[in-house]
Design a protein around this ligand. Sequence first.
Ligand SMILES: [Fe+2]
Ligand SMILES: [Fe+2]
Length: 150
Amino acid sequence: MYQQNYRDIKDDMNTSKNLIDLIIEAMKDERHDRVKYKMMMDMTKKDKIKEQIRFAYEDEGKHYKMFQYIFYQLTGKQIDIPIPEVEEYDELIDAVETSINGELAAVELYRKIQSMLPNIGLRDMLFEIITDEQEHATRFTYVFSMLNED
Ligand SMILES: [Fe+2]
Ligand SMILES: [Fe+2]
């Protein structure tokens, strides 16, 4: 009986460690994507394309703050992730293609984080972020098709 309880507690500790790691990973990704999308906006002169990328650019800033808040709720600690280096692209369309995949991978990661969060308030925040990322994937798919027509 004692053994069983001990194992449960240990599992809980492992789960929460894992959750914290995933939130840090999410914060890094949000920072990365925001820098990448700024770079992508500077790669085009077309307002129609810039506009689509700007939606995602602004959301990633909001998401970063939301994950920072979630991290604080779970640990009582305020953290900041340094702004990362971002890979460079010769062609905007290549950056758009990796962004579609990146957004879909984010949806997968955030579903996992959502399932591990301890209360409905935090899970609702993840729901908002997940639907934003799905919207970004759709917008980038649209941008991809616009660029393909050129
Ligand atoms: Fe995001
Ligand atoms: Fe996104």
